[in-house]
Design a binder for this molecule. Structure first.
Ligand code: PGA
Length: 255
């Protein structure tokens, strides 16, 4: 059975004090959620304080990025050991904003994924096509390159601990969501790529989240799709009630 993972990606939003407040609201509201893994990803700066707030609650902590080296002269970066020490369990890797603005490549995604797995955390590997790629008929080739790149050199046991977020770039922060069918088709294709790499049993066990303007109004339709196992949520995760409006429909799901 696959886990339903609903993760809030707070991006570069919320001061430390605001993050602490939002994390407590999310933790309180998530108290009765069953069968769903609820995750929040604050900024690096707020991680330690949010970790304290989440102690003893059901909500898990994620970082928004990581560096692949252990330590050293990498100004502005944070290592996986540092994240692990304060209780981070998931790390978002390869987000399209990282790819677009900060030079993330499939190769750096792969290095980060390996480092995070080595330390016992789970990567949330983000993939997805731009509008031009979709319209140019390149959806499948883009997803194939991204998945093969991210999983290069990973054993089946490593792969088992990953989560994928399929996020069509044209749907992120735009208010335009993929239709239930468009999303389902892309998710099924991504699962078929995992099956090619690791076999069907593994492919059936990996959670594949949808991301891109997911909100309470469209979450139930998306989460009802056979291959959609949760969400990576930006804008709607910045308020506890809209975030938990997405979590609640997932409550009854199991796949
Ligand atoms: P959005 O962001 O929900 O604001 O579209 C999703 C994401 O970037 O992970």
């Amino acid at each position: 059975m696959r886990k339903i993972v609903i993760a809030g990606n707070w991006k570069m939003n919320k001061t430390v004090a605001e993050s602490v407040r939002l994390a407590s609201e999310v933790a309180a509201a998530a108290r009765d959620v069953q069968n769903v893994v609820v995750v929040v990803a604050p900024t690096y700066l707020a991680l330690a304080k949010v970790a304290d707030v989440l102690q003893g609650t059901k909500v898990k902590l994620a970082a928004q990025d990581v560096h692949w080296e252990n330590q050293g002269a990498y100004t502005g970066k944070v290592s996986a050991d540092m994240l692990k020490e304060i209780g981070v369990e998931y790390v978002i890797i390869g987000h399209s904003e990282q790819r677009t603005y900060f030079g993330e490549t499939d190769d750096t995604v792969n290095k980060k994924v390996k480092k995070v797995l080595t330390l016992g955390m789970s990567p949330i590997i983000c993939i997805g096509e731009t509008l031009a790629e979709r319209q140019g008929g390149r959806l499948e080739s883009v997803l194939t390159t991204q998945v093969n790149g991210a999983y290069e050199g990973l054993s089946i046991d490593d792969a088992r601990r990953t989560v994928i977020a399929y996020e069509p770039v044209w749907a992120i922060g735009t208010g335009v969501t993929a239709t239930d069918d468009e999303a389902q088709q892309a998710h099924a294709f991504v699962r078929s790529l995992l099956a090619k790499l690791y076999g069907d049993e593994l492919a059936q066990s990996i959670s594949i989240q949808y991301g891109g303007s997911m909100k309470p109004e469209n979450a139930a339709g998306l989460l009802a799709q056979k291959d959609i196992d949760g969400g990576l949520i930006g804008g709607a995760a910045l308020k506890a009630d809209s975030f938990l409006g997405i979590v609640t429909p997932g409550d009854t799901l199991s796949k």
